[in-house]
Design a protein around this ligand. Structure first.
Ligand code: 13P
Ligand code: SF4
Length: 303
């Protein structure tokens, strides 16, 4: 089947099944181009609730599709490739988290949305990179156990007076971006503004001019009067940045920042998901109901 035929079938099936395609900012460019909405984890979670649709094809990774199901179980949620996981999300599991909760009984557990449904069910509130600061400020407790991203957790600890206990998790893609990469990019592009995702190491964030979620980076660059930007996150971001601001220049901080899991949603795998509905994501009710409390608290804290 050629590309045009794939696109035609996707569009037919979307209409037939009242389906929408949601794509993360790291999804393949050609997938972003056919998506009904492209965004960061927070906007995509909100869309999962707000959209009046029967089916969502999630061009992202497992925890994103799982969150969509937790929030909207009446919708059919399809992840085009069931193997599209997030290695950081796998760095925290239920038993070690229960042990840590025993060690810090007064701490509220804040879990980054990059986590499994089972971990969300063990947490008090969820957050994304777009709202972590607001979520943490809205918490009554003065002590926080932040899982699983130590880099985002560390960044948040610099913005609050609360005591933050960190988990030893990280995104392998952002972790490999070094301060050396940032300094090299800055010396090559001395007039560029350096925008970084908070999953980067603290020493990289210290060199940044702005720290935002993926959607925050895109929004900032589009609105800015500056014309050159070094982008400290996954490289597919260049697609939307260049689409939105064709007259500006964007330089990836590292050519190695590539999330293979985010590329598993392809045009053929999206078509297959819509045709066969074999890659449905569900969560057992006992976990879903507990996990939903953590996601609802996030959406209430940052509507
Ligand atoms: P955003 O919520 O900023 O889109 O980030 C999600 C993610 O997985 C970044 O690695
Ligand atoms: Fe997970 Fe990192 Fe990929 Fe985001 S970029 S989905 S945190 S592995």
């Amino acid at each position: 089947m050629d590309n045009n035929e794939i696109l035609r079938r996707i569009s037919e099936l979307k209409e037939e099944k009242n389906a929408v395609i949601l794509a993360h900012n790291y999804a393949r460019a050609e997938v972003q181009d056919i998506a009904d909405l492209v965004g960061d984890s927070f906007s995509l979670s909100q869309a999962a609730v707000d959209l009046d649709t029967d089916m969502i094809v999630f061009a992202g990774v497992h925890f994103m599709a799982e969150s969509a199901y937790i929030l909207s179980p009446e919708k059919t949620i399809l992840l085009p490739d069931a193997d599209a996981g997030c290695p950081m999300a796998d760095m925290v599991t239920v038993e070690p988290l229960r042990e840590a909760k025993k060690k810090h009984p007064d701490a509220a557990v804040v879990c980054y949305v990059n986590s499994s449904a089972a971990v969300k069910a063990e947490s008090d509130v969820c957050c994304t990179s777009a709202n972590a600061k607001e979520v943490v400020s809205a918490i009554e407790e003065d002590e926080i156990l932040f899982v699983p991203d130590k880099n985002l957790g560390h960044y948040i600890s610099t913005l609050t007076d609360k005591k933050v206990h960190l988990w030893d998790g990280f995104c392998p893609i952002h972790q490999q971006i070094t301060a050396f990469d940032a300094l090299a990019a800055k010396s090559q592009h001395p007039n560029a503004v350096f925008l970084a995702h908070p999953e980067c190491r603290p020493e990289v964030l210290e060199l940044a001019d702005g720290i935002f979620s993926t959607a925050g980076i895109i929004k900032y660059a589009a609105a800015s009067n500056e014309t050159e930007f070094i982008i400290g996150t996954e490289q597919e971001m260049m697609h939307k940045l260049r689409q939105d601001s064709p007259d500006k220049s964007f330089y990836p901080v590292s050519k190695y920042a590539y999330c293979a899991n985010m590329k598993m949603a392809t045009l053929p795998s999206i078509l297959n998901a819509l045709e066969t509905e074999t890659t449905k994501i569900t969560v057992p009710d006992e976990i879903r109901i507990q996990a939903k409390k953590a996601l609802d608290r996030m959406l209430e804290a940052v509507p």
